[in-house]
Design a protein around this ligand. Sequence first.
Ligand code: FE2
Length: 207
Amino acid sequence: MFSTPVARMTFPDAADVSGDLTQTVLARSGAQAKDFGYKSETAGEFTQWGGPPAVRLTRWVCSAAGRFVESLTGLSLTEAFARSSALEGEEHGAAGRQVRVAASRSWASLYRAGDRHEAHFHPNTAWSAVYYLAAPGACDIEFLDPRPGVDYFDSGISLAGDSHRMRLSCTPGELLLFPGWLRHSVPEFQDESVRISIAWNLSYVLA
Ligand SMILES: [Fe+2]
């Protein structure tokens, strides 16, 4: 009950695009990036300034997210959207229209020595997607137990990682997909080089 879907998969064309994309991101990491103090993010839409490799990667990410949802629901995106709309008693004018996954926002995150990102989530988004583009080693991310109040009382026996942070160690070329409401954090990056990830906020759109 109340399980949390998280997908982890490898971009099959990573070797084709990683070099160019890394250079493109680094070229925008100076004056065109937003420095938050704890990390920096590129300004503008990655899908627009990243050129053909960014479009190719984004197309795969959206397709992968769609397939993931279809595997979870056992329905096509269009059928799953219609079913949820019916359950909510809503009418989105979706009759006869196809549903697909699209990126509403996309950016690159750059971490340098000492950078980190405290726990947060991505509001108003169906799926958060993060792709690891370049790093000297493992790219760690932690997911927080999303069940409210689970850490209010320790019964003494944990059933399913109660109140724990679940850490995944990914490598460049891997993609993670998780619900926009799932809180996550990036532990401190400790290397003199740079760790680059690409993030997308994904939504369902009517074609
Ligand atoms: Fe995030």
